[in-house]
Design a protein around this ligand. Structure first.
Ligand code: PMP
Length: 300
């Protein structure tokens, strides 16, 4: 079992910095019973200058707020203060490279009425690349992403992650590294905790928004494609198109950028080392570490 804290760990809880071992929550909470909570996943890096920097904190906390509003959880926080609290948590725990987890959750209420009040928690732990460094063997999940008419799927809500747990578990049980989920119309959507991109004939493709979580890493990849002059298309993608891809990758804050080795046991035309995904992976690493990035010229 991974240990996320020890007796010295400090977290931020409702405006105070307290020991993780001493913080308490109410077991009658609406969030615990109904999955009615919102969270974020953010990373901090030790940048090239030696300074510890949180990557895109404003974007993450804007999404945090929007996620709450979408499911009628009142948001009474000031995002600049929460960002400052993140830095303080890192400092108090002597962390340089860490994963930061803000969570808004609701007090006791066993009814199905929207929350009137909330609690906020920010904790952090040291976490390597979530899906590992190796290329992924991915299976087509038997689970779909939830119907956007049944849930606010652009809200990073706790309850939604039961779908992700089911899909991940199924993939692991079948001997794969990760799952790919389709949307309710049968188009390619995303992974249990990451967005998808693929390369075909020099262009990068990714599912259009609507049935996916609007990932901050996804937005960064789109930004990188713009900076590097890589053509990018957002559209509906079929499973057959994906199987014909030259290369594929997943991206997310926890996973960063990770290439696919195979999909349903079938490999791709381009080796990862000479794919556009690899170039984007290096550019992403440079961005989070605030290093200059020079694209290597890959021989054709
Ligand atoms: N899709 C899902 C379902 C996710 O849980 C995540 C992780 N937050 C992502 C995509 C990637 O989002 P981000 O790049 O903002 O971490």
């Amino acid at each position: 079992m991974y240990s996320y804290y020890n007796e010295n760990t400090i977290l931020y809880f409702d405006g105070a910095f307290v020991k993780a071992t001493e913080a308490k929550i109410d077991l009658y909470g609406q969030s615990l019973h109904y999955g009615y909570a919102v969270f974020e996943g953010i990373r901090a890096y030790k940048t090239a200058s030696g300074e510890v920097k949180i990557f895109k904190p404003k974007e993450h906390f804007d999404r945090f707020k929007r996620s709450c509003e979408l499911i009628h959880i009142p948001y009474k926080y000031n995002n600049d203060e929460l960002i400052a609290a993140c830095y303080k948590v890192l400092e108090m725990n002597n962390m340089e490279e860490a994963y930061i987890r803000p969570l808004v959750f609701c007090p006791p209420n066993m009814t199905l009425k929207a929350a009137q009040d909330t609690h906020v928690l920010i904790c952090a732990w040291e976490w390597g690349a979530y899906l590992g460094e190796k290329l992924l063997r991915v299976m087509l999940s038997s689970y779909q992403r939830p119907n956007p008419k049944a849930f606010k799927i652009e809200s990073k809500s706790a309850g939604l992650y039961v779908n992700s747990i089911l899909a991940s578990q199924e993939a692991k049980e079948k001997g794969y590294d990760e799952a790919l989920l389709l949307d309710i119309n049968g188009f390619v959507a995303e992974g249990p905790g990451s967005n998808l991109f693929f390369e075909k004939d020099g262009t990068i493709y990714t599912p259009a928004p609507g049935n996916i979580l609007p990932g901050i890493t996804r937005a960064t990849v789109i930004e990188i494609c713009g900076e590097l002059g890589i053509p990018l298309v957002e559209k509906q993608i079929t499973v057959d198109e994906l199987k014909q891809a030259d290369s594929v990758f997943y991206c997310g804050t926890a996973a960063e950028i990770v290439g696919w080795e195979s999909f349903e046991g079938q490999g791709f035309k381009k080796p990862w080392a000479s794919s556009l995904g690899k170039v984007i992976q290096q550019a992403y690493k440079a961005k989070v570490l605030e290093k200059a990035f020079e694209r290597e010229v890959i021989p054709a």
